[in-house]
Design a binder for this molecule. Structure first.
Ligand code: ZN
Length: 82
């Protein structure tokens, strides 16, 4: 079931849609158009989940600066800090 986030197109006093609410719905069901509590018109908010995308390979220095521990595989198959 997909999760959608809705908020009122023009927020009123309704505690449900004033600041937005999450709604699980069947994928076959259409989007809500009106608030189930007050009847105001709703808009679907865009997905606020931040999904990082790697646009280019990250170098050793950048990874260390970002707080990662960089490991390197040695000739014996063991990993050592770089
Ligand atoms: Zn409402």
């Amino acid at each position: 079931m997909p999760l959608r986030r809705y908020r009122a197109e023009t927020p009123g006093r309704c505690p449900l849609c004033k600041h937005g609410f999450d709604h699980y719905q069947n994928s076959s069901a259409g989007d809500l158009t009106e608030c189930p509590r007050c009847g105001l018109l709703l808009v679907v908010e865009t997905n606020e989940i931040n999904i990082p995308r790697i646009l280019r390979p990250i170098g050793t220095v950048e990874a260390k600066d970002a707080g990662f521990t960089v490991m390197e595989r040695n000739q014996h198959g063991l990993y050592e800090k770089k």
